[in-house]
Design a protein around this ligand. Sequence first.
Ligand SMILES: Nc1nc2c(c(=O)[nH]1)N[C@H]1C(S)=C(S)[C@@H](COP(=O)(O)OP(=O)(O)OC[C@H]3O[C@@H](n4cnc5c(=O)[nH]c(N)nc54)[C@H](O)[C@@H]3O)O[C@H]1N2
Ligand SMILES: Nc1nc2c(c(=O)[nH]1)N[C@H]1C(S)=C(S)[C@@H](COP(=O)(O)OP(=O)(O)OC[C@H]3O[C@@H](n4cnc5c(=O)[nH]c(N)nc54)[C@H](O)[C@@H]3O)O[C@H]1N2
Ligand code: SF4
Ligand SMILES: [Mo]
Length: 690
Amino acid sequence: MSTKKEIKTLCGVCLWACGIIVTLEDGKIIKIKGDPEHPWNRGRLCPKAAGIIDHFYSPQRIKYPMKKVAGSWQRISWEDALDTVASELNKTKDTYGPEAWAMIIGMSIVAEGFNTMHFLQRFCDAYGSPNFITPETFCFLSGITANMLTFGKFPYANPINSNCIVLWGHNPSASNYMVAEDIIKAKERGSKLVVIDPRKIALAKQADIHAQIRPGTDCALALALFKIIIEEELYDKEFVKNWTVGFDQLQEHVKKYSIKEASRITWIPSSIIESIAHTYASVKPASIVQGTNSLDQHATGFQNNRALAILEAVTGNFDAAGGHLLSGAFPAFPPLRLPELVKGGNIGKDQYPLFAGDWTGQGMLLPDMILTGKPHPIKSLAILASNPVLTWPNSNKLKKALHQLDFLSVMTIEPNETSEMADLVLPGATFLERTEVWDGTLLMGSKCFMSLRNKVTDFHECRSPIDFWLNLARHMGYEKYFPWKNEDEVLRYIFKGAGIDIDEYLGNINFVPFGEVKYKKYETEGFQTSSGKIELYSAVMQSLGLEPLPSFTEPPESPVRDPETARDYPVILTTGSRILQYIHSSYRIVSKAGKKPPEPYAEIHPGTAGYYGIGDGDMINVETKRGAIQIKARLTEDILPHVINIPHGWSQSNVNLLTDEKSADPVTGYPALKALLCKISPVKGNDNRV
Ligand SMILES: Nc1nc2c(c(=O)[nH]1)N[C@H]1C(S)=C(S)[C@@H](COP(=O)(O)OP(=O)(O)OC[C@H]3O[C@@H](n4cnc5c(=O)[nH]c(N)nc54)[C@H](O)[C@@H]3O)O[C@H]1N2
Ligand SMILES: Nc1nc2c(c(=O)[nH]1)N[C@H]1C(S)=C(S)[C@@H](COP(=O)(O)OP(=O)(O)OC[C@H]3O[C@@H](n4cnc5c(=O)[nH]c(N)nc54)[C@H](O)[C@@H]3O)O[C@H]1N2
Ligand code: SF4
Ligand SMILES: [Mo]
């Protein structure tokens, strides 16, 4: 007789951790549906979920550890894998010191939650390496740091309750499905919608105002909005007076800007800039729903985030329903780090003191460190759940650096362009093979909750990162710091510390509430900033020699800043807009997830394409100072003329051959992936027209 059971857990294809119910029949996953009780997705799923089962059982998955021997892959046992990694790590440490080894984790490890990340960092600590690199090296942390500096906490936009939503450099219809649905609902209820994006994204077609901005000029727009809001006295005077510091300096600061100049810089007509300011400042409550990285990967990336935070503050939309909300206190998990065992600082700590440090290093410095050995050699890397050969900028340089390593281990689900370069490949467990807490804080309605992932089943010899690094630590003699005998003991330790009874929840629930959302908490708690108030003017930045108020700088490559380069490379290139069916370079093996997944494409306005003799469907050359790719042109009226948009993650047309890893942002070291210069031309003998 066959046995069937249902397990509640979380989807982990993307970051948003929707609640799912998985049906197992005789140990095989046969069905996945949305969990109607989970407060985040309330039963809904995005089209990617239709591919989960195929992805899980895909023949492309790596099933056991493999070692490269004389250029070809050989299956090895886990015991051999542990021996190999342990002996290579010891060799690196003995020859060059522990800081010659670094760990890089990818987006899917972030989706595993902070406990997993801190556990991995504990291994780095025990080994003695300060070098821990998360995807926040170019993703999200800029916004978190800017908000922490301004408010002392990170507020979450609350568009479902907004009467005015400013969607700024964000296309949730592709990248955050549930939020796109929330925005459509708010719009149906009568909310205003303003979209600031060089592309006419789906939501822009329903918007009250769409500003098609020149990539990389968002800070100039924000400064113009400040100017109108301040000079026309549209700001929240009471709130500004009682709860902020630095308004006088801000008022003085915006005097030097003009709307006309902002219009010239951003390519947005002055009348549209004015109506954005008037709509945003007068309709309450209002929220700014910003891209997770699209405003960050710029010369003014950090200042863009500061500017948006200041806009939220001066309009009194902070810690208010429909504006920006704070979560309650998060359950305290036991600390896992062992910082006392590490000497020296994480990569980039000195160059970017406000950003890089105990949590993540600035990974963009790694390729040069590997290639030059300065400020110290990096000889060995462990890469987990990431494919930097396609996802990090300047792929040619990165590949050159990876070739130079003594040892590279990669833990992944399926082979990728990075694992091909590795000495050892470890089969990673997917989200359906792991138990963990997803501690990205979520606020729905008036409740705060955290989500819990339950292991559903196993797949061949695949292992979770906790399992592997725990075993490796014990194998290397670090039992003192890793007293747990198996993963189950680690999980019990973590959950017990936070007061969660693992036996009660396992398999039964996929979220736990942890308190109510309270508005205007600052009235009783103040702000955890150095002044105790919202810091419009940042004394901390000033003390570090950084600009205490946002100002606009042209992108490193721009027709204005670098006209000489622009003569040869006249088209503006923005990269990495998300595609609903894909996750970066992965999740390409889905067969049933909605429509047929798209092939590599570059979006170009027909006017711009016509100028260069390019037709729809033509193969074109796209070239920057770093490299060239060939890709199919997709002509669309929905993109600003003179701008070309290419998503990342395709091996056959890898846009990161065109990007630059050099730091563009002086505060974070983020690269400028959203505003570069390129040239385009049809491929000779083009017979690819469709
Ligand atoms: N399906 C899917 N979802 C994902 C991911 C995925 O790979 N696939 N990745 C996840 C991750 S890790 C992240 S970081 C997020 C990313 O999420 P976001 O950064 O929010 O990316 P998008 O939602 O694609 O929206 C970016 C928008 O910014 C616009 N844009 C480009 N340059 C500029 C500019 O200079 N100024 C302005 N104002 N707009 C600009 C683009 O046209 C695009 O419409 O998505 C997450 N969700
Ligand atoms: N040009 C350009 N480049 C970009 C961006 C951009 O906007 N423009 N965006 C950047 C951003 S914001 C991000 S976050 C990065 C993301 O970059 P990455 O973190 O490198 O993202 P992926 O390509 O999804 O990761 C690739 C590998 O992770 C493996 N994997 C997936 N799930 C798991 C798992 O659960 N366990 C294990 N062990 N492995 C798993 C897959 O098999 C896959 O081969 O890309 C960045 N790259
Ligand atoms: S949005 Fe889609 S892929 Fe992401 S967690 Fe939810 S169902 Fe999974
Ligand atoms: Mo990201």
